[in-house]
Design a protein around this ligand. Structure first.
Ligand code: SAH
Length: 195
């Protein structure tokens, strides 16, 4: 099989896998009562940036000739590394959902029974789900041999992360106070011990 077709199939399996992991948790949180929802419009704009970079632009690359002018030569090493990174990101994504449970939300929200999670993968970093999304974006960068569709995920999700993480932590501090402050002193944001 042609390497590019293989890359498109792996990318599609990864995105479908991501959604399949998320579905049961989406159902679970629907019943939760929200007591604080912040920056709603801004959050929707940020989510659109992320969806464009991780979803729409690579989808256009996979299904049309729009970005063909920005293609570059490909190798099997890239395909394998990209696939492995994608698999690792999905594994971490599932772990974060399991650990966060009903406390998860797509936008910035606090539920009436919200609990601060500091165990499981949350023991190592404060935002492991964002680490998983960055790994997905890096997988896309490695997997897709195109100067536009490859980096689009890092840029799209990077925008969401940069404009959200400070406000998310402010919301957690307002809700959990010293408990979150102490958690912040012993954890990094997305890379254990580093960042
Ligand atoms: N930033 C986290 C969670 C992403 S989901 C991560 O990357 O893993 C976003 C929601 O998770 C936010 O609305 C916030 O209410 C909730 N949240 C973030 N950190 C949390 C924690 N340690 N415990 C419980 N809820 C948390």
């Amino acid at each position: 099989m042609n390497l590019i077709i293989a890359a498109k199939i792996i990318w599609a399996i990864g995105v479908v896998g991501w959604y399949v992991i998320r579905i049961p948790f989406e159902r679970k949180v629907k019943r939760e009562k929200v007591v604080d929802a912040r920056h709603k419009v801004r959050e929707l704009i940020l989510l659109s940036c992320s969806t464009c970079g991780l979803g729409i632009i690579p989808l256009l690359w996979a299904t049309s000739e729009l970005f063909d002018f920005a293609d570059y030569p490909y190798s099997a090493v890239q395909l394998v590394l990209g696939a492995l990174t994608f698999a690792f990101s999905l594994w971490l994504f599932r772990r974060t959902h399991e650990d966060l449970g009903k406390n998860w939300s797509v936008t910035l929200e606090i539920k009436d029974s919200h609990k601060l999670i500091t165990g499981g993968v949350y023991r190592y970093v404060r935002h492991p789900m964002y680490s998983a999304f960055f790994l997905w974006a890096v997988a896309q960068l490695i997997l897709i041999p195109n100067w536009i569709a490859g980096p689009a995920g890092v840029i799209g999700f990077g925008i969401l992360y940069l404009f959200r993480v400070g406000r998310e932590e402010a919301m957690m501090l307002d809700t959990f106070g010293d408990e979150y402050r102490a958690y912040m002193t012993r954890t990094a944001r997305i890379v254990p011990g580093v960042l």
